[in-house]
Design a protein around this ligand. Structure first.
Ligand code: NAD
Length: 441
């Protein structure tokens, strides 16, 4: 078993740390955020992920995992240091590597033993060559340091399951020593390992995420055409899904992809290609389609209504997908400011995302509109003039068509997740607009 240190306790770092502890490694998680560290020490997860807190508490109690802001003590004698800090998008679309370089410097100044540094964060191709050189340049002690790439493929909402039962582990190394050590760390998981060189590993991550983003945008593009020609995108997707070359996953049309990965990873790869004098036209198209898709329902509703001014607008779902409290690049964030600008009185419901959203849009009055957060969906719908569905939480899916008719002042629903069947909404007397399907009533 190895002494493992993890830099960063976000979705990737914390889930990895807890899972490494679960399979028997001795783990120390490092974060610069003292509040987070204190929460984790007391067994409280700072992020919402199904099953995470239970696993955390178990491993806390069994003494296999600890949390600290003191990076020196965590890195000094570690056999392996995983880096899972953020690589957010910069205004030009490129990845911000400043968190990575800070950790690299901290590692260089702390390590006293031979150590493998493993970058889990998504970084542009070639970054890990530079990280290795950077650490060597600042190394204080005479020890062996190598950097490996080990991109992460977990999806928020099922992160613990995705880590313990990953479909594959990608390891990108430049020496047998690094490859063997990394294989040994993952050995207790009994998962398929694909071993490649460092640059290929970095590329696998972008190529995978951007392929999925492309698949979503392709279906959204087809959905928009379906509306124009009178086809139903869900039927079209079902028909396509039987073809094994296409597969059945990621064929759901909707209000566009969000989250911390697809939006930034498409822009980063576009940026990497431009820097190399190449235009990645397919990925660029996915970015463009997605930008328009996020506000497509708002545009439809604007055409249908004279104004949003003074209307009660129910917003169901704020997070970028169910099962997470993450709002990064969520469609709600593209639509709420437009609605507020138009003077809407928004009543927003989300089972876990409301408190994060209220940090960006605090409850109360804005220049023109207002926003109120409610704990139950009926409150949001009561007397509402229009309803937007942005996230397909189970609680939202459980709302029956007849509830819209019964509770709303005018039962007018714009559904970005195609939750309902058209015939159910027709029967209930709800005016229903969704993605890639005919409108009803
Ligand atoms: P996050 O923003 O949730 O967490 C990053 C954490 O790093 C924060 O807690 C922050 O306080 C901490 N941090 C910053 N500087 C630090 C330092 N010097 N030392 C220690 N901690 C520090 O990030 P995330 O969503 O977990 O993503 C991390 C990386 O993994 C990104 O590159 C992302 O693209 C990639 N990734 C994310 C997902 C996902 O679903 N979120 C999936 C696969 C890959």
């Amino acid at each position: 078993m190895f002494k493992v240190a993890i830099a960063g306790t976000g979705y990737v770092g914390l889930v990895s740390g807890v899972c490494f502890a679960e399979v028997g490694h001795q783990v120390t998680c490092v974060d610069i955020d003292e509040k987070k560290v204190n929460l984790m020490k007391s067994g409280v997860s700072p992020i919402y992920e199904s099953g995470l807190e239970e696993l955390m508490q178990k491993n806390n109690a069994e003494g296999r995992i600890d949390y600290t802001t003191n990076f020196q003590s965590a890195y000094r004698n570690a056999d392996v240091i995983f880096i899972g800090v953020g690589t957010p998008e910069q205004p030009d679309g490129s990845a911000n590597l400043s968190y990575i370089s800070t950790v690299a410097r901290q590692i260089a100044e702390s390590v006293e033993n031979d150590c493998l540094v493993v970058v889990k964060s998504t970084v542009p191709v070639g970054t890990n060559d530079k990280v290795e050189q950077f650490i060597k340049d600042f190394l204080v002690n005479d020890v062996r340091i190598e950097v490996a790439s080990n991109p992460e493929f977990l999806a928020q909402g099922s992160a613990v399951h995705d880590t313990l039962y990953a479909e594959r582990i990608i390891i990108g190394t430049e020496s047998k020593w690094a490859e063997d050590r990394l294989r040994e760390i993952y050995e207790p998981f009994h998962l398929p390992i694909v071993s490649v060189n460092r640059r290929s590993a970095e590329m696998i991550k972008y190529a995978s995420n951007d392929f999925l983003a492309l698949k979503i945008s392709y279906m959204n593009d087809i959905a928009n055409l379906c509306e124009l020609v009178g086809a139903d995108v869900q039927d079209v997707a079902e028909g396509m899904s039987f073809d094994e070359r296409i597969g059945s996953k990621f064929l759901n049309a909707g209000i566009g992809f969000g989250g911390s990965c697809f939006p930034k990873d498409t822009k980063a790869l576009d940026n990497i290609s431009r820097e190399n004098g190449y235009e990645l036209r397919t990925v660029k198209a996915a970015i463009d389609v997605n930008k328009d898709q996020k506000i497509s329902l708002y545009k439809k509703a604007s055409k249908r209504l004279i104004t949003f001014n003074g209307l009660k607008v129910a917003v169901l779902g704020l997070t970028f997908k169910p099962g997470t409290d993450d709002l990064r690049e969520a469609p709600s964030l593209a639509n709420v400011p437009l609605l507020l600008e138009q003077g809407a009185d928004i009543y927003a419901y989300d089972p876990v995302g409301a408190s994060n959203f209220s940090k960006v849009y605090p409850e109360g009055d804005f220049d023109k509109g207002t926003i109120t957060y409610v704990d139950d969906i009926e409150q949001a719908l009561a007397n509402a003039n229009v309803c937007f569905i942005f996230t397909e939480w189970g609680e939202v899916k459980a709302v029956t068509p007849d509830a819209y008719k019964r509770l709303m002042r005018t039962p007018l629903v714009y559904d970005g997740r195609n939750i309902y069947e058209n015939y159910d909404m027709r029967e209930a007397g709800v005016e229903y607009h969704s993605i890639g399907r005919a409108s009803v009533n």
